[in-house]
Design a protein around this ligand. Structure first.
Ligand SMILES: Cc1cc2nc3c(=O)[nH]c(=O)nc-3n(C[C@H](O)[C@H](O)[C@H](O)COP(=O)(O)OP(=O)(O)OC[C@H]3O[C@@H](n4cnc5c(N)ncnc54)[C@H](O)[C@@H]3O)c2cc1C
Length: 307
């Protein structure tokens, strides 16, 4: 079994920052990613609030830089899915689709994934008009009529982004006010291509080969109506990627990992960083900070183990 000082699960901002700090402290470091570099941050076209980029930077570009920086100090990458972590004395065995790896420290930075809307048609038309990533799919909707579901930062930000491609974007929100930050709300209200349907939920996504229309319901009046659309982007919240550590580390009722302020979980040698842990602000800057803190304390922990 290949042995490392530190194994990091996930290559989003938290994992990459942990990899940078760990490798730069001269700890042998492996980070494991099941999809592609950058996590959720790589699914957004513009990040305007990460300090140091006065005019914003695209998510893929920012996270590619993070990865290059971690690799420059010797962090190694493995493309595989982590299926579980086993405890063997002071060793933590990380079980992946490409075999088992061992370390004294594991940093879980597996982030979160989009929540499903749960309505009929959502699964059926996934990638055939139903999307969770505007950066990935917006270009397919040049001149089209698209819908975005949600009222938080991601929904509003991505709805504005989609107006660069689509002729019309309709934002559907189940309440009568948005949760998004004020600056994003102002941008949305000022955008002539963007219409907001308040107090409205999606009941069904309908089509033959691809999405053709949606059935909507106004939750105040009870009115049910249909709208023809070419595509629908769903941003209705997140669920943590913690299936593989259920029963091992303590989770809150929503499935987020509970840590202390040093990113320690209830299991010695296992840390959690970024969106996967219970916290209030889930952003690139806080994910990167968590990763740095976790790696710093991992180093202290390893020193204690060898004393
Ligand atoms: C559309 C959108 C727009 C956003 N815009 C902004 C913005 O403008 N500014 C900002 O600060 N934040 C923004 N965010 C939030 C930001 O992207 C996240 O807070 C940040 O990416 C969290 O980083 P993370 O590393 O904790 O987790 P993630 O980015 O979720 O990365 C986790 C990684 O772990 C991998 N993984 C999961 N499970 C496993 C497993 N079992 N094995 C191996 N790998 C695994 C995943 O594939 C993923 O790559 C946005 C998010 C979205 C969705």
């Amino acid at each position: 079994m290949e042995r490392y000082d530190v194994i990091i699960i996930g290559a989003g901002p938290a994992g990459l920052s942990a990899a940078l700090y760990s490798a730069r402290s001269k700890l042998s470091t492996l980070y494991i990613e099941k999809l592609s570099t950058g996590g959720q941050a790589a699914t957004t076209d513009e990040i305007e609030n990460y300090p140091g980029f006065a005019h914003g930077i695209s998510g893929p570009e920012l996270t590619a830089q993070m990865e290059e920086q971690a690799k420059r100090f010797g962090a190694k990458k493995l493309l595989a899915e982590v299926k579980g972590i086993e405890l063997a004395g002071a060793d933590r065995i990380v079980k992946t689709t490409k075999g088992n790896f061992v370390a004294k420290v594991v940093i879980i930075a597996s982030g979160a994934a989009p929540k499903l809307l749960g309505c009929p048609g959502e699964q059926e038309f996934r990638s055939r008009g139903v999307s969770y990533c505007a950066t990935c799919d917006a270009a397919f909707y040049e001149g089209a009529n698209v819908m975005v579901v949600g009222g938080g930062d991601s929904a509003v930000e991505e709805a504005c982004y989609l107006t660069k491609f689509a002729d019309k974007v309709t934002l559907v929100h189940r309440r009568d006010t948005l949760r998004a930050t004020k600056v994003l709300q102002e941008r949305a209200f000022a955008n002539e291509k963007l219409e907001i349907l308040w107090n409205t939920v999606v009941e069904e996504i309908i089509g033959t080969d691809v999405v053709e229309k949606v059935r909507l319901k106004n939750v105040v009046t009870g009115e049910v109506f249909e709208r023809e659309i070419d595509g629908i982007f769903i941003y209705v919240g997140l669920k943590p990627n913690t299936e593989f550590v259920k029963g091992l580390v303590n989770l809150d009722e929503q499935g987020y990992i509970i840590t202390d302020e040093n990113m320690r979980t209830n299991i010695p040698g296992i840390y959690a960083a970024g969106d996967v842990r219970q916290k209030l602000l889930r952003q690139v800057v806080t994910a990167a900070a968590d990763g740095a803190i976790a790696a710093y304390h991992a180093e202290k922990y390893l020193e204690e183990c060898t004393e």
